[in-house]
Design a protein around this ligand. Structure first.
Ligand SMILES: [Zn+2]
Length: 94
């Protein structure tokens, strides 16, 4: 069993420097805002308020967690609404 290491090998960094980062979505914050992690060097990016990608700093992590809370609350509210209306339709059609 190998222990997971947080240390990124220099070869990965070199690979990214030459071929570019290989980002994949690590977290979906809202419909528009996502967090990305490079598969290679573990560098993290996020979408900022301008819709551009920027380094995922602790400050952006904080903003994203707040955004996520607002977003999930709104989505739950919307789902509840559509759920209620579908019950209403069922009642009406019966
Ligand atoms: Zn990278």
């Amino acid at each position: 069993m190998k222990k997971p290491t947080s240390k990124v090998p220099l070869t990965s960094k070199l690979y990214c420097a030459i071929f570019g980062h290989r980002y994949e979505v690590s977290k979906k914050v809202t419909y528009h805002v996502k967090e990305y992690t490079c598969k290679c060097c573990k560098r993290q990016l996020t979408t900022n308020s301008n819709g551009r990608l920027t380094e995922l700093t602790p400050k952006f992590k904080e903003i994203n967690s707040i955004l996520e809370k607002i977003y999930t609350r709104r989505m739950m509210h919307l789902q509840q609404k559509s759920f209620n209306s579908s019950i209403y339709q069922l009642k009406n059609s019966a």
